[in-house]
Design a protein around this ligand. Structure first.
Ligand SMILES: [Zn+2]
Length: 351
């Protein structure tokens, strides 16, 4: 797709990406509901305003603008009404991931929304764990959880999310996040909740610097103990911050198409991913809310390959960044890295 000397020329870079074993670190639960999954959920709830017919649904998923995206997102949230819905959504997301050769994913869940809707905490946890175990057994995709605070719902949601993580935290839970709008939602107020989550052994992975400047990323590092940054798009405006991220090996979870969809970046060609890489920052590529932004992880890798001018070896290195930046244990990291190397070697042999 980019350079004529790409060793994957024999199969093409898109095919190389499709078959490449990958890890995904920034992807949301409800935001991963594909039209296929939404149709299944809508069929369970006949009173929903979401169409169950695939053609009508495809039309429904064609976003006109960001406000329309929020409408669709909320109408999908409205379809997650009981533990069986949660289980179905989670398991089917894993199926979609396996089709893209995503071997490991840290999926961001917002349990506050489900519990507020009346799904008992214990039933929610059992549903996601049951889906996680089935996904690993049947698709070979390993799932881990990030519980995130919906920042727009304020400190009450922070308290509930922390309680859910600490008292009901399922086996697959590895990290603690913060999402929602950055403007008007100051980060330092969430410090006590992150302190508690981190003390309980959870990793800190807040969104920061997506729609606000580098000061929000600094705040995520200083106040929330961020070990990875969700987006961090505006970090490139502060050379000292880039230096800090590079020096401390704090990865960025970059989601190019999402940044365009939300207007965080005007066009893909203006995306700062190259500046991040050139500054020595550990960059990972992710899909955020893939069907809602009309993308998937393979497409995001192709986008990154184009923006960074990568050949197959470069794309494989990007995939290995995600493994390194993940919260897999050392043996899991070594195994997935070896899988990437074996695949890359097989594809590029003789090229
Ligand atoms: Zn996100």
């Amino acid at each position: 797709m980019t350079t004529s000397s790409a060793p994957a020329d024999t199969i093409g870079l898109d095919a190389f990406i499709a078959g490449l074993p990958k890890a995904e670190l920034h992807v949301h639960h409800v935001g991963s509901a594909s039209p296929r999954i939404v149709a299944e959920l809508a069929a369970r709830h006949a009173d929903s305003k979401v169409p169950a017919d695939p053609d009508a649904l495809a039309e429904y998923f064609t976003f006109r603008d960001f406000a329309h995206f929020i409408d669709v997102y909320l109408s999908v949230v409205d379809l997650i009404r009981d533990a069986a819905d949660v289980r179905l959504l989670t398991y089917e997301i894993a199926r979609d991931m396996a089709r893209q050769n995503i071997r490991y994913a840290e999926l961001t869940l917002t349990p506050y929304s489900s519990v507020r809707r009346g799904i008992p905490a214990q039933a929610f946890m059992e549903a996601i764990e049951d889906a996680r175990e089935a996904a690993e057994r049947e698709f070979g995709t390993v799932l881990r959880w990030c519980f995130d605070i919906p920042g727009e719902a304020g400190l009450e949601s922070a308290e509930v999310t922390t309680e859910l993580a600490l008292t009901h935290g399922p086996q697959g839970l590895v990290s603690f996040g913060l999402g929602g709008p950055e403007i008007g939602v100051p980060r330092p107020q969430f410090k006590p909740y992150f302190d508690r989550a981190r003390a309980a052994g959870l990793h800190s992975v807040p969104h920061a610097g997506e729609t606000t400047g580098p000061e929000t990323v600094w705040s995520a590092l200083r106040d929330l103990g961020a070990e990875r940054i969700g987006h961090g798009t505006s970090a490139v405006r502060d050379p000292r911050l880039l230096e800090h991220l590079a020096e401390h090996r704090i990865p960025l979870e970059v989601c190019p198409t999402s940044n365009i969809a939300t207007r965080a970046v005007a066009t893909l060609d203006e995306h700062p991913i190259r500046a991040m890489v050139e500054a020595g920052v550990l960059v990972t590529v992710n899909s955020d809310d893939p069907p809602m932004f009309g993308t998937d992880l393979n497409t995001e890798y192709a986008v990154a390959a184009r923006l960074l001018g990568l050949d197959a070896a470069g794309v494989a290195a990007l995939a290995k960044n995600a493994v390194e930046a993940s919260f897999l244990d050392p043996a899991g990291k070594a195994a997935l890295t070896a899988e990437i190397d074996t695949y890359t070697k097989a594809c590029t042999a003789g090229a």
